[in-house]
Write a protein that binds this ligand. Structure first.
Ligand SMILES: [Zn+2]
Length: 268
């Protein structure tokens, strides 16, 4: 009997089906970023970001492929030396024969992607894309918008429900406690650039990972509530779900979500 061996390319093809690279933003860098498509793949580690900690874990556990939500490299590298962190990590992982695939904003916008999961996690219904991608064959787009099941919920109780969904003790917010929440937009990660889309769609509340001070002021001026759950928390859960999904898709392969990465920002 012939033993079937999965190649990196087969994993890439599956990932491109699940989180299509066509959905990625123009500025992004997605797909297979380093490695040999023809190489065998027996062990995959997913992570939010390739960091010295998560890279060391992948090397120690003999991963063949890292599926990192955030791309590495992201910006073009002119040299592969150990002088800067990104180039050092690319160099060390290449020497350990570990490929890197990044789905990034393709994963954010996918049918069952991060923003869809985020919208479901906070209890939205009638979920639709916040910003449609022109002429997308599946009518997909960036971010999500939806309605709350419970009518007349105020912002204060909505924030409590988001905190419990993400098991957080503290959360950053902009808004009025007593204002009524009806229509909510979500965008994982640094979603500040989608605030204008949330306002345009008539949302009263916008949930994202992080936003700049001036976006917070803009939300306040537009009387749109803002909930900032943290960049890490807004995306890391999806990386764990992706590891499970890959494990099911490629039975027999060892797939895990990095246990060594953590939120660099403390919530004290
Ligand atoms: Zn992110």
């Amino acid at each position: 009997m012939e033993i079937s061996v999965t190649k990196i390319q087969q994993v890439c093809e599956y990932l491109d089906q699940f989180a299509p690279t066509r959905l990625a933003e123009d500025w992004d860098n997605v797909g297979l970023l380093t490695g040999n498509r023809a190489a065998q793949c027996q062990r995959i580690m997913t992570c939010l970001t390739v960091t010295p900690d998560s890279a060391a874990e992948a090397i120690k556990r003999g991963a063949n492929l890292i599926v990192s939500h955030h791309p590495l490299p992201f910006r073009p590298l002119k040299r592969l030396t150990t002088d800067s962190t990104p180039s050092r990590l690319v160099w060390e992982l290449a020497r350990a024969n570990i490929a890197i695939y990044s789905p990034h904003t393709g994963f954010d916008s996918a049918l069952e992607g991060i923003n869809q999961s985020l919208a479901e996690k906070i209890g939205l219904q009638q979920i639709k894309p916040l910003k449609l991608i022109p002429e997308d064959p599946q009518n997909l787009g960036a971010g999500r918008v939806g309605k709350l099941a419970e009518e007349g919920q105020n912002f204060s109780s909505f924030v409590e429900s988001v905190k419990s969904a993400f098991e957080k003790q503290t959360i950053k917010v902009v808004g009025q406690r007593e204002s009524v929440v009806k229509k909510v937009a979500v965008a994982c990660g640094s979603g500040g650039s989608f605030l204008s889309d949330a306002i345009f769609c008539g949302c009263d509340t916008f949930v994202t990972g992080e936003a700049q001070f001036h976006s917070c002021l803009e939300a306040q001026a537009a009387e749109v509530n803002l909930v900032l759950i943290g960049h890490y928390d807004s995306e890391r859960f999806a990386v764990e779900a992706l590891a499970k999904r890959l494990g099911i898709q490629f039975g027999g392969m060892e797939v895990w979500a990095s246990t060594k990465e953590s939120d660099p920002i403390g919530w004290w």
